[in-house]
Write a protein that binds this ligand. Structure first.
Ligand SMILES: C[S@@+](CC[C@H](N)C(=O)[O-])C[C@H]1O[C@@H](n2cnc3c(N)ncnc32)[C@H](O)[C@@H]1O
Length: 377
C-alpha cells in the first residue's frame, strides 16, 4: 500500500489491523457487524481521553453514597451477576452515559465492558456465557482449583475497584499507543454505507483492503458479547438473534425451506460440495451456501471501492463440513476471479494458538491452517 493511502478492514473486529495501519495510512476505514467490536475499535484508534481521573473520583463518591437500588433494564443480566454487583455496574454505566465528551465516554464504556465477564458467574474459559459449576471441571483437571475459587469469589469483588483499576491500566496502554484522527467505521462489509446518510464509501477510492473474514461456521461473536451489548445498550433494541443474523457465517440464518436445495453460489467447486452435504445435512448445506453468497457480496463491495490495480488481502481458513473438506480459500479465489480480481498470491500458514477457537459441532473440526490470499483489482 502506498504510504499515506486509504486502508480498509471490512471485518475489523476489535481493530488490531487498523491500529497497525495508523502509521502508514492517511485515512482508515473499518466495518464490523458487532456494535461492541466497533466501539472497541473506535477507542483503540482514538487519542487517550482526558478527564478519566476526575470522573473516577465522582463515580466513587456516588457509588459509595448510593442508597437506592437501580433497576437494570435487562432481566437476563440478573442470572449472571449478584444483585449488588448489577446495581454497581448499572450505576457506573448510567454515570458514564451523562458524559458529553464522546472520546472519554467510549473509553470508559470499553473499560466497564472488559470487567463484566470476570464479575459474572460465567466460565472464563468459554467465549459465550456458560454458567461455571462445581462439576464443570473434574478433580484432575488443571483448571479445577481456579474454577472453585472463581465460584467462591463470585459477588465478593468490589465493582468500583475493578473498574478503576481497569481504567488506569487501559489509560496507560492508550497513552503509549498511536492514534488516528481520520477514521470511519461502517456496519456491514457487504454494503459500506454511511449511517443515517444514503451515501456509500466512494468507488475506486481505497488503496488497500486487508482483512480476516469470519469462517464458514463463524465464532459466536454476538453471543460472546452478550453482557457488554446489554449493559451498555449497544444492541439498539435488536435481540441477540437479530444481531446474529447480520453476522456472515452465523448459524442464525433464516432458512425458509430446508427441503429445497440451497441457492447456487458463484463457485462451481463449492456448489459440488454443498450438493453432496445437502444429502446428509440440508441445514449445513444451506448454511454454507449462504456463507458463500454473503462472502460474494463482500468481495463485490471490496472490488467496487478499491482503486484499479490495488490489492485485497484476505486471511481465511478451510473447514470440514459433514466430514468433507470445504475449501473456502479455493472457492473464494474462483468467486473473486469471476468478479474481475486476479489472484496474485496464496500463502499457507499453520495456526499455532487455538486458545480462542470453540469447536462448533462434531463434524466441523478445528482449523489448523490459515490461507493468505492476495487479489488484485
Ligand atoms: C475473524 S473476525 C476479525 C478479527 C479481527 N481481525 C480482530 O483483530 O479482531 C471476523 C469479524 O467479522 C465480523 N463480521 C461478521 N459479519 C460481518 C458483516 N456482515 N460485516 C462486517 N463485519 C462482520 C465479526 O463480528 C467479527 O468481528
Amino acid at each position: 500500500m502506498p504510504s499515506g493511502g486509504k486502508l480498509l478492514d471490512p471485518f475489523c473486529g476489535t481493530g488490531t489491523t487498523l491500529l497497525e495501519g495508523v502509521s502508514v495510512a492517511s485515512r482508515l476505514y473499518g466495518a464490523d457487524a458487532n456494535p461492541l467490536a466497533r466501539l472497541i475499535t473506535s477507542v483503540k484508534l482514538s487519542k487517550a481521553p482526558i478527564g478519566s481521573e476526575a470522573i473516577l473520583k465522582s463515580i466513587e463518591r456516588g457509588i459509595r453514597q448510593r442508597r437506592k437500588e437501580i433497576k437494570s433494564h435487562h432481566e437476563i443480566l440478573s442470572r449472571w451477576f449478584t444483585k449488588k454487583d448489577l446495581n454497581d455496574i448499572t450505576y457506573i454505566k448510567n454515570r458514564i452515559s451523562l458524559i458529553d465528551n464522546n472520546c472519554l465516554k467510549n473509553f470508559l464504556n470499553v473499560c466497564l465492558s472488559s470487567i463484566l465477564k470476570d464479575l459474572s458467574c460465567a466460565d472464563p474459559r468459554i467465549a459465550v456465557p456458560v454458567k461455571l459449576k462445581d462439576s464443570t471441571y473434574p478433580e484432575d483437571h488443571w483448571y479445577r482449583r481456579q474454577s472453585l475459587k472463581k465460584i467462591t469469589d463470585f459477588g465478593s469483588k468490589d465493582v468500583f475497584n475493578e473498574f478503576s483499576r481497569r481504567v488506569l491500566q487501559y489509560l496507560n496502554i492508550k497513552q503509549q499507543q498511536n492514534y488516528s484522527e481520520n477514521f470511519y467505521l461502517f456496519e456491514d462489509s457487504r454494503e459500506l454505507a454511511y449511517r443515517n446518510n444514503h451515501r456509500t464509501l466512494q468507488s475506486n477510492s481505497i488503496d488497500f483492503v486487508v482483512t480476516s473474514p469470519p469462517y464458514g461456521t463463524a465464532q459466536k461473536y454476538i453471543r460472546s458479547s452478550t453482557f457488554s451489548l446489554l449493559v451498555l445498550d449497544l444492541h439498539e433494541d435488536l435481540s441477540m438473534s437479530e444481531l446474529d443474523r447480520k453476522i456472515i457465517g452465523s448459524e442464525k440464518v433464516l432458512i425458509s425451506d430446508r427441503s429445497a436445495p440451497p441457492q447456487q453460489t458463484k463457485s462451481r467447486q463449492a456448489n459440488k460440495v454443498i450438493t453432496d452435504v445437502f444429502e446428509e445435512s440440508p441445514y449445513r448445506a444451506h448454511l454454507y451456501a449462504t456463507y458463500m453468497n454473503e462472502m460474494q457480496k463482500f468481495l463485490e463491495e471490496s472490488y467496487r471501492v478499491l482503486k484499479p490495480n490495488a490489492n485485497l488481502c484476505l486471511v481465511v481458513g478451510n473447514n470440514q463440513v459433514s466430514g468433507r473438506l470445504f475449501e473456502t480459500s479455493e472457492y473464494l479465489k474462483e468467486a473473486a476471479g469471476l468478479i474481475g480480481f486476479k489472484t496474485t498470491g496464496h500463502f499457507i500458514d499453520s495456526i499455532k494458538s487455538r486458545g480462542l477457537m470453540t469447536r462448533r459441532n462434531s463434524s466441523s473440526g478445528l482449523i489448523a491452517h490459515e490461507h493468505i490470499l492476495v487479489f488484485q483489482k
